[in-house]
Design a binder for this molecule. Structure first.
Ligand SMILES: Cc1cc2nc3c(=O)[nH]c(=O)nc-3n(C[C@H](O)[C@H](O)[C@H](O)COP(=O)(O)O)c2cc1C
Length: 307
């Protein structure tokens, strides 16, 4: 007898996802190049590379290096700028039948507001993700995201200047992530996403120099998963808005950990760089897990943690 196909849909309240798997910012480009490898319409959504009002060249090379169970990156938010994204990339991705989430950042609050404003009225965009969590820039990024007051001010300014649901992406490089989570929730964020990368450093013992041109970078991949699961657990128990979580998800079992802890959806980053099909494999794995365990709706798994 054929098992019933499980319903993988999740409802974030402000958008519906056909499944809980979202490709994370910076690991999926602008969504236009991936079509050579996979059908992105099968995803729950994808987040674009973080965009600023003007193009940015990013940090000096080398910008990435491998670490045990992960990688360091210090791209420095290189991007083509919102204008070029709208003119050149959006026409190519607008036919993709999934949630397009545009990540924005700025070096001050005005730039965040302006970025949000530039995306107004574009119906193809499902939501905005506010990046206040990049560890690899000298101005803005995580320097904002470690401060609950500035985090709230940025959230408010983006909301004021946007006609889209606003997701705020948090940094793990804080003592207590729930303080920032509660602050952006109070400021009106529709959802929280977490975690961005953990600040790290690696040294070449022959040259005695840092392996990254930027000296420090952000750690991602399997090494950070236990930290990410812990932070998800803390945040879902401290706010009432949906939490989209990730950090080190390589396969469907990793994704399940986050859903069980209470994340409504997951973001997959580094895995895309190793296997462009990673998100699709995870969706397939979640479907089979539901079939094997006679789970009709993936939403039954969300928050099913037993202590
Ligand atoms: C090469 C690279 C570039 C990234 N660029 C961005 C970015 O532009 N904006 C952002 O919010 N996060 C960025 N991230 C962080 C990821 O979206 C994700 O939050 C983080 O890597 C943790 O997930 P993972 O372990 O699955 O990669 C980047 C990560 C990597 C590896």
């Amino acid at each position: 007898m054929l098992a019933e196909t499980p319903n993988l849909e999740v409802d974030l309240g402000f958008i519906k996802l056909k499944n809980p798997v979202i490709a994370a910012s910076g690991t999926f480009g602008y969504g236009d190049e991936i079509v050579d490898f996979i059908n992105p319409s099968l995803l729950g959504g994808f987040v674009t590379k973080s965009l600023s009002i003007k193009p940015k060249p990013g940090n000096p090379h080398p910008r990435t290096c491998e670490t045990p169970c992960g990688m360091l990156n210090a791209i420095g938010l290189e991007n083509i700028g919102i204008k070029r994204f709208i003119n050149e990339k959006l026409p190519k991705i607008s036919s993709i039948d999934t949630n397009i989430i545009v990540s924005i950042f700025g070096e001050n609050i005005t730039e965040f507001s302006e970025a949000a404003n530039m995306l107004k009225g574009i119906k193809e965009i499902s939501a905005i993700e506010v990046n206040i969590s990049c560890p690899n820039v000298k101005k803005g990024g995580m320097l904002f995201g470690i401060d609950p007051v500035i985090s709230a001010e940025i959230t408010e300014s983006v909301l004021k200047n946007s006609d889209k649901p606003v997701i705020v992406k948090l940094t793990p490089n804080v003592t207590d992530i729930t303080i920032i989570a509660k602050s952006v929730e109070k400021a009106g964020a529709y959802a929280i996403s977490l975690i961005n990368t953990l600040t790290g450093m690696a040294i070449d013992i022959n040259t005695k120099r840092p392996k990254l041109g930027n000296i420090t970078g952000g750690l991602s991949g399997p090494a950070i998963k236990p930290v990410a699961v812990y932070m998800t657990y803390k945040v879902v128990n401290s706010v009432n808005i949906p939490v989209i979580a990730g950090g080190g998800i390589m396969n469907y079992k990793d994704a399940l950990e986050f859903l069980i802890v209470g994340a409504k959806a997951v973001q997959v980053g580094t895995a895309n760089l190793i296997n462009p099909k990673a998100c699709l494999d995870i969706i397939e794995g979640l479907k089979n897990y539901c079939i094997e365990n006679r789970i009709k709706e993936i939403s039954q798994i969300i928050g099913s943690l037993k202590i």
